[in-house]
Design a protein around this ligand. Sequence first.
Ligand SMILES: [Zn+2]
Length: 217
Amino acid sequence: MLINFFRKLLNWIYFEYCYLCKKPSYKGSLCEECQDQLVRNKITPVKIIDSTPVYAAGFYNEQTSKLIKAFKFYNQTQLYKPIAIFMNELWQQTPYSKEHFCIIPMPLHKKKKKQRGYDQVLLIANEFAELNGYDVDSKLVTKVKNTKPQYELNKTERKINVSRAFKFNKNFYKGQKLLLMDDILTTGASMEELIRTIKNFDVNDICAIVGAEAVLK
Ligand SMILES: [Zn+2]
């Protein structure tokens, strides 16, 4: 009772401001209301790539784009938490959530990581893994080609851009089920290439989840 009281008191003292509505938040970098208002996607996969189901937690709308852009390009690294929670809500409703997975964050080229200063998908993956008791492996698949940002390109150029961009380091593979993770899915070119690269090694126990599904204009 007393412990609960002090915990509540501490939450009130150490509040943050919600990134979206700027009001005080007692639940971390997104307030409870804004977290609840994120538009959820359907529970069925948004894409099946080479028989791999790809789930998307939300749509790329005004709120999610603000959130993901800030997280990805403007150093708002603390947003990994609400994004992971949001993705996990959908994941818990899929038939796979009770199985054990090793998460593969969408590989980031080392030059990009140096420029940005952090690997944003890895941050989400670590939190998501903690919520589910999963493992994370950011070395099993690596990015060997420093591709151009996909948003600058059209659908065909995106495919060419990511072609042979990844390397599956099969010596590290121990037969785990893999959960591929990314922040946004647009045409799915990167995800498709990642799945193709892994499946080339006859690894077929794969699932994928992204934060939001975007429609290419
Ligand atoms: Zn808010």
